[in-house]
Design a protein around this ligand. Structure first.
Ligand code: PLP
Length: 364
């Protein structure tokens, strides 16, 4: 197949476009959701508890608490850590705006730090430079499925919240991501590693912290007036989540298989490819073009492959700040190539043909 239709049919309808992401859901998820509906128990109940237990077990922890989204989970985790007005929280600049919003919802200030140009994860040395007397936590996303330097961040001496929205099932030196910091958060948005449509989770080794999270997400039967948030998951979502979690390892194996094909095909081009790391789960396959990405993105789309910037707007740009050279370069030059278990082999062939045709060629 390959990218052969490109030249003949440059203006074909978006129906022919390979999307940047697509959820992998089917009959088993539909049956689980239908069973939850039929049970008449729609709000948080036994299925949510089972989903929490299953996720905690995957991390080697004893419990976790479901939330309505990854952003809600992060708001809950930071609140449970006592983050509030006057506090500062270090976050990477090269990440989605959800982190900014969750910190702001605590009344605290997000302080972006720069990233490592190779791993694209938060750089502990730059994080240290941005710390002040007010710094109370670090949020460390494992970007694109590759472990952040949690040890380097733990050495900063403030609680580290692992953001595993893109890294469920990943590990660092054999240890599950999400079990390394003071707390961790997960997202089950439609295009994440596993999905419940929308959804999230907070995990932690500390039962005390998880109890505070549980308190913060329910308002009924409570006498004190401190702010709380109804951030609960539904049983339909949890039922889907249990099925998805059962498929997680197969999803990751498929992602790694596709990544290996991309690396073999794109390795001949003078571009920056993702670090070759057997623990990477390849939520995204991010290529540094070493030049401005705009034209590549336009031409790939015209050729039927929806590539995207891996981050819509880095936080330093949203905030109108300078001094983030690695994040700025990644924003200008990096592209995310479609990679997800729902891709068919013929689509992978086409992606490889289209992308190879658009990447810069090796000097001869
Ligand atoms: C998606 C995402 C979030 C937010 O999760 P939602 O479920 O969309 O609220 C937070 N952090 C990272 C790194 C993400 O990729």
């Amino acid at each position: 197949m390959g990218g052969d239709r490109r030249a003949e049919d440059p203006g074909r309808s978006p129906a022919g476009l390979i999307p940047h992401s697509r959820p992998m859901v089917g009959a088993a998820e539909a049956a689980a959701a239908a069973e939850a509906v039929a049970s008449g128990m729609l709000a948080e109940g036994a299925r949510t508890a089972a989903f929490e237990q299953a996720l905690a077990r995957r991390l080697g922890l004893s419990s976790a608490v479901a939330a309505s989204s990854g952003t809600a989970a992060l708001h809950l985790a930071l609140s449970a850590l006592g983050i509030g007005p006057g506090d500062e929280v270090i976050v990477p600049s090269f990440v989605c705006a959800a982190l900014l919003h969750a910190v702001a919802r605590c009344g605290a200030t997000a302080v972006p730090a720069d990233i490592d140009p190779v791993t694209l994860n938060l750089d502990p040395a730059d994080a240290r430079r941005r710390m002040s007397r007010r710094t109370r936590a670090v949020v460390a996303p494992h970007m694109f499925g590759l472990a952040a330097d949690v040890e380097g961040l733990l050495a900063l001496g403030v609680p580290v919240v692992e953001d595993c929205a893109q890294a469920l099932g990943g590990t660092s030196r054999g240890r599950p991501l999400g079990a390394l910091g003071a707390a961790s958060v997960f997202s089950f948005y439609a295009t994440k590693v596993i999905t419940t449509g929308e959804g999230g989770m907070v995990a932690s080794r500390s039962e005390e912290l998880l109890d505070r999270v549980r308190q913060l997400k329910r308002y009924d039967g409570v006498d004190d007036p401190a702010p709380r948030f109804n951030y609960k998951l539904t049983e339909m979502q949890a039922a889907i989540g249990v099925v998805q979690l059962g498929r997680l390892q197969a999803f990751i194996d498929r992602r790694r298989g596709i990544a290996a094909r991309y690396t073999a095909a794109f390795g001949v081009h003078p571009v920056g490819l993702p670090p070759v790391d057997p623990e990477h789960i390849f939520f995204r396959y991010v290529v540094d073009l070493r030049s401005d990405a705009e034209r590549f993105l336009r031409e790939a789309r015209a050729a039927g492959v929806a590539c995207e910037r891996p981050v819509y707007r880095p936080l330093h740009r949203l905030l109108g700040r300078q001094g983030y050279p690695a994040s700025e370069t990644a924003f200008r030059q990096c592209v995310s190539i479609p990679i997800y278990p729902a891709l068919m082999d013929t689509e992978i062939d086409r992606i490889i043909a289209v992308v190879s045709g658009l990447l810069p060629h090796p000097a001869r």
